[in-house]
Design a protein around this ligand. Sequence first.
Ligand code: APR
Length: 170
Amino acid sequence: MVTIEVVLGDITGQRVDVIVTAANESLLGGGGVDGAIHRAAGPRLAQAGAAIAPCDPGDAKVTAAFDLDPPVRHIIHTVGPVWEGGTYGEADVLAACYRRSLRLADEFGARTIAFPAIATGVYGFPAAQAARIAIDTIRSTATAVDIAYLVAFDQDTYDTLTTALHDQAQ
Ligand code: APR
């Protein structure tokens, strides 16, 4: 059973086996958490991403972590849904991001993984609903991962994730 922990901080500083970036389909990097991870990992990350792009929304692809320090083994690139009001399957796509990322983490033998609040920034997914989807999906996905860290970059996101985790306590 995977343990879920909410942390406040920068995902590029997490000491885990794998970090997940909230990418776009080109895997070339962008702003937000994707920009931070690409800056930290260096230009080879975009080159590696381009070689395996495109990545469909809800899917996930893995690359090396290059210059990321503290060193993690891999970066998983997943593309969240752009929020369009909630009636276009956005929730299912977001759940798939977490599920597919865990499947890849298992393929690469990761025991710890760090997720950002996928799709809740530029893509506009409501944070509280996204938090519930993240926690429900991680809990319902069979995985060898021991600990999944949900990394909040700001206090509001931290509070939202913490509330969701407590409300959905097993
Ligand atoms: N560490 C952890 N979380 C971060 C960091 C960071 N260094 N920087 C930003 N975040 C948080 C944001 O505050 C937000 O809560 O990541 C969450 C996701 O926001 P975005 O990065 O905007 O991701 P998303 O909403 O999925 O939009 C993806 O934005 O950057 C582009 O290339 C990316 O096109 C893609 C789109």
